[in-house]
Design a protein around this ligand. Structure first.
Ligand SMILES: N[C@@H](CCC(=O)N[C@@H](CS)C(=O)NCC(=O)O)C(=O)O
Length: 213
């Protein structure tokens, strides 16, 4: 298979990072950014909407194929390229990884990234200030999401058990950003979730993609 993989989207996007992590874990050569053919494509422009009908990122451009939705892209890359498998073989275990991916990219993403991290990253209060009242309102859901992740992790090395899967690639950019918030260390705590994040950051894929580096 030709290795002409382009991940469309800025590298600061958590979901773009998830696709980058999958490529790194599988050893797939890739490029990324907003300029698949040299010229920059503006966010929400007709060219962007031609690649992603909802004007979001990431999208995958692979030779003449275009795909959107992060989990879908990651499953496609896993099936198309050699390298370590990022999904189990067993039907049930694969469904459990899919379930975990859906949970992370919907409920967990909403609580941790959309409602919390983005309020710090792009503050919308008067004169660009962080809306402290919004943060206070979102914290209970963020704490609940993190408790749920601790339950899922259950002292396994990876979020779905014994092996690195697409679910880890989805989750670690989110946790990485949360931990960098002023309240991040307190939120993540000093237990197994922090230990998991440290181990994911220390992998070659984490060293190349996650923000601590
Ligand atoms: N369900 C989509 C979500 C993609 C998504 O929300 N991407 C964010 C960046 S992390 C985005 O494009 N935000 C810009 C916007 O919503 O306008 C996926 O899994 O790929």
């Amino acid at each position: 298979m030709k290795h002409d993989v382009y991940i469309f989207g800025p590298a600061f996007s958590s979901f773009v990072r998830s696709v980058m992590l999958c490529c790194e874990e599988k050893g797939i050569a890739y490029r990324h950014g907003m300029s698949p053919k040299g010229q920059s494509i503006a966010f929400k422009s007709p060219e962007h909407l031609a690649i992603h009908p909802y004007g979001k990122v990431p999208a995958l451009l692979h030779d003449d194929k275009v795909l959107f939705e992060t989990s879908t892209i990651c499953r496609y890359l896993d099936a198309s390229f050699k390298g370590p498998a990022l999904q189990p073989d067993s039907i049930l275990e694969r469904a459990q990884v899919d379930e975990c991916c859906a949970e992370i990219s919907t409920y967990i993403d909403q609580a941790l990234i959309r409602d919390l991290v983005l309020e710090f990253a792009f503050p919308k209060g008067p004169e660009g200030q962080i809306r402290q009242d919004r943060i206070e309102k979102t914290l209970p859901a963020a704490r609940q999401a993190l408790r749920r992740l601790s339950v899922l992790l259950d002292k396994h090395p990876f979020i779905c058990g014994q092996n690195y899967t697409i679910a880890d690639a989805l989750l670690t950019p989110m946790l990485d950003y949360v931990e960098l918030l002023p309240i991040g260390k307190e939120l993540i705590g000093t237990g197994y979730l922090q230990d998991y994040l440290n181990r994911m950051r220390a992998r070659p894929s984490g060293l190349n993609v996650l923000s601590m580096n």
